[in-house]
Design a protein around this ligand. Structure first.
Ligand code: SAM
Ligand code: SF4
Ligand code: F3S
Length: 452
């Protein structure tokens, strides 16, 4: 009765969720919404009509905290003459800063870390009774996923994320993730398969398995390779991907999946960070360039269509010209088709926090150089597809609705003359034109019958 009253009160509640950071935060934001829906919340895309504002934050690089306070400043302005919304800070900044945030910004009502989302409904429902601000930041991945597995994943998208692993035990010297996401935890195998089946039943055609160290997945002897093997048996699922992997966990069983799998896509995103063994050692990366190249060679031998993408950190303390050249040499060898590169950003609490920085001007020059080379590879790869016919999984219509949007096997955006009823199908598209990020083409009529 009382619970019903609380629910009735919340019936017209609207939540606005803003997400920063990686795909795992996107997954979490979707699941937070799946959860608060149960207590009567609707989603809104308009700040001003929300009475609950949730910011899902990322702490990976500099200025993360400032971004949060800046966002709250904007909300404050919008709500100056209205009733204040419930303001919740979730995600990795919430985990790292917790009580500090509540002290510094009284406008925040509660902070909740990434492994406490199972408590979000109760926290919202009980909020009005509390006199004290709330902070939920314990690491409890078991309870989080136990709770989330009882609430359906309503992503219902053609391409949906599915988190299988959370946290990290690697402690790279530059990275905050082990502190914000806690120790490595792998969800139970059957819990994941159930979620995958539900996604397939509700329209998903591509599953992207997620984890901070997705290929470290291990639960009761099951590995990532077993998950891929079982997920691809679901007939509605046409494509499987996984991200983000650590080079050290590219075990033989995972490499061998590329021999047998029909649905695992040929793009391997394998962050290397630097091409120099000296820098890798001082980053505590636990792998060498030779080991990385060995994985690359093995995969290429299994399937020459496989391409790599990566992450690079530029200007890590101690990076000399030769180390930077080593990164360029690695790019020359591997020909990454798509990569992210960032200047090193010292993070609080990490080993590299207080190391001597290299000159900013040099870091900027190196970043520009590496991005020029990486972008050239990307442009060349896309150019090489002009005139060719490729398989495209159709995700949506473009904003103006005149064209369709899909993705190639390598995750590149493809815009073409598709229709509403192509959504969810794999069709063939003849590529006519391209730029760095997008391929443009024309659909081959009835081609979904050939590739389905
Ligand atoms: N687990 C993945 C791995 O081992 O490579 C990476 C996950 S991390 C969330 C994503 C990327 O952020 C990293 O690959 C790295 O390139 C970048 N990154 C992490 N910490 C950084 C820092 N302090 N400064 C600059 N870039 C950073
Ligand atoms: Fe961060 Fe390293 Fe863990 Fe990746 S493996 S999440 S870079 S500590
Ligand atoms: Fe950012 Fe946390 Fe992801 S720090 S990159 S949101 S794991």
């Amino acid at each position: 009765m009382k619970m019903q009253r609380d629910l009735d009160k919340l019936k017209k509640n609207k939540i606005f969720i803003k997400t920063f950071g990686c795909q795992m935060n996107e997954y979490d934001s979707n699941r937070i919404f799946d959860s608060v829906k149960k207590i009567g919340y609707e989603k809104t895309e308009k700040y001003e009509e929300a009475n609950c504002y949730l910011l899902n934050t990322c702490h990976i690089r500099d200025k993360a905290k400032e971004k949060v306070y800046h966002e709250i400043g904007r909300v404050k302005k919008i709500f100056r003459s209205k009733k204040k919304p419930l303001v919740i800070i979730a995600g990795c900044v919430a985990q790292a800063e917790n009580e500090e945030m509540l002290k510094r910004e009284p406008y925040i009502d509660f902070v909740i870390g990434p492994q406490a989302y199972h408590k979000i409904n109760d926290t919202i429902l009980n909020y009005s009774k509390k006199t004290k601000k709330i902070e939920e930041t314990e690491f409890d991945a078991v309870s989080k996923f136990k709770y989330l597995s009882k609430i359906k994943n309503e992503a219902g998208k053609v391409s949906s994320f599915l988190t299988i692993q959370e946290g990290c035990d690697k402690f790279c010297h530059f990275c905050v993730v082990p502190y914000t996401r806690g120790p490595e935890y792998s969800r139970p195998f059957n819990q994941i398969l159930d979620e995958a089946k539900y996604l397939a039943d509700t329209g998903t055609k591509e599953i992207i398995l997620l984890g901070q160290n997705v290929n470290a997945y291990e639960n009761e002897g099951y590995r990532l390779s077993d998950l891929i093997f079982n997920i691809e048996k679901i007939s509605e699922i046409k494509r499987v991907r996984y991200t983000t992997s650590h080079p050290k966990d590219m075990t033989d069983d995972l490499i061998q999946v590329y021999k047998t799998s029909k649905k695992l896509m040929p793009l391997v995103h394998l962050p290397v960070q630097s091409g120099s063994n000296k820098i890798l050692r001082s980053m505590n990366r636990k792998h060498s360039i030779e080991e990385y190249l060995n994985t690359f060679d093995q995969l290429k031998e299994i399937n020459s269509k496989i391409e790599f993408s990566s992450d690079f950190i530029i200007g890590y303390p101690g990076e000399e010209d030769q180390d930077f050249k080593d990164s360029l040499n690695l790019i020359e060898k591997v020909k990454f088709i798509n990569s992210y590169s960032f200047i090193f950003s010292p993070r609080p609490g990490t080993v590299a926090e207080n190391l001597d920085l290299i000159e900013k001007k040099i870091s900027i020059q190196r970043l520009e150089k590496i991005q020029t080379v990486l972008f050239q590879n990307q442009i060349q790869m896309n150019k090489s597809l002009e005139g060719k016919i490729i398989d495209v999984l159709v995700e949506n219509l473009t904003e103006v609705k005149s064209k369709a949007f899909g993705r190639s096997e390598y995750m590149t955006s493809v815009i073409f003359n598709g229709k509403m009823n192509d959504i969810g199908k794999i069709v063939q598209v003849k590529i006519k034109d391209s730029n760095r990020n997008t391929l443009f083409g024309e659909i081959i009529p009835n081609s979904d019958k050939k590739v389905a």
